[in-house]
Design a binder for this molecule. Structure first.
Ligand SMILES: [Zn+2]
Ligand SMILES: [Zn+2]
Length: 278
């Protein structure tokens, strides 16, 4: 099988090493395909997104590395694009003027708390809890429903190739006693979203970023068999911010997916997306 990773960060956003350092590690780890996916610019400043003016430099560095390492690895240019309800998405003006090999659609913020302050679901727990209190009186079930509603909007609007960390709400959600992956209501929300992804013919990533520290992937392992049965196109990505994490959790996840009945993973090639054996 081809080992690949299409979800990665670098010093162009909040990654902790240069693009070239990531490429060197990727080659050392035996990867054959590697995609860069810095956090795309959004309409306000954050410490973790790329600045729009840096995109030409990101693109130029990508082309330099693609040529330099062409005999060892195939490199692809992408961005992880935020869907912020009522604020921005991949249909925004910035994306009309750039060329990417692929894009990931992700949610890190839900609703607006005032000004440019949005409810962060991916940051420190204190921020998550504060937003949940302001917007939903601390009701995690209501906050979870909102997460799936906005995720569904993102999928319906489309325009990107890969769905990033699909159920990221579990990262903080599972710390609340009323949050239950096995509750019928949660199962229904997740199933509806998976059906939307399937209908849009998008690729679902299995994101291993939280596996070592928290024992979970996005989507959660609970859903692997359902996803296999639905034959949703899949890929395994590490969402690495450090070069040493490029393949973190891959072996375990490949095995678990195979056990659940998954037999193919999607690969980006010079001729577009292809199914490869797992
Ligand atoms: Zn993300
Ligand atoms: Zn990411």
């Amino acid at each position: 099988m081809i080992i690949s990773n299409y979800h990665s960060h670098s010093t162009f956003c909040d990654g902790r090493a240069t693009m070239e350092e990531f490429v060197k590690f990727a080659i050392a780890k035996g990867l054959k395909h590697y995609g860069f996916s810095s956090h795309a610019p959004i309409p306000f400043d954050t410490p973790w997104t790329m600045v729009a003016d840096d995109f030409p430099e990101y693109e130029a560095e990508f082309h330099r590395l693609k040529e330099k390492y062409k005999d060892s690895i195939e490199l692809y240019l992408g961005l992880e694009v935020d869907y912020i309800h009522g604020c921005c998405d991949i249909k925004s003006e910035f994306f009309k003027n750039i060329n990417l090999d692929f894009s990931i659609g992700s949610i890190h913020y839900l609703d607006c708390l005032g000004g440019n302050n949005y409810w962060s679901i991916d940051g420190p727990f204190g921020e998550f809890e504060e937003g949940l209190q302001i917007l939903f009186d601390g009701d995690i079930e209501a906050g979870t429903r909102r997460f799936f509603e906005i995720s569904g909007d993102m999928i319906e609007k489309g325009g990107f190739d890969i769905v990033g960390h699909v159920d990221k709400i579990t990262y903080h959600g599972r710390k609340y006693k009323n949050f239950g992956l096995n509750k019928p209501e949660y199962q229904k929300l997740m199933l509806t979203l998976l059906e939307q992804i399937k209908a849009q013919n998008m690729i679902l990533e299995v994101n291993t970023k939280s596996l070592a520290d928290h024992g979970i992937t996005y989507p959660h392992q609970t859903f692997y068999e359902t996803i296999a049965r639905m034959e949703i196109p899949l890929m395994v990505n590490s969402d690495c911010h450090y070069p040493t994490n490029i393949t973190a959790g891959f072996d375990e996840t490949y095995k678990a997916l195979h056990k659940a009945g998954v037999r193919h993973l999607m690969q980006l090639t010079k001729d577009g997306w292809k199914k490869e054996n797992l």
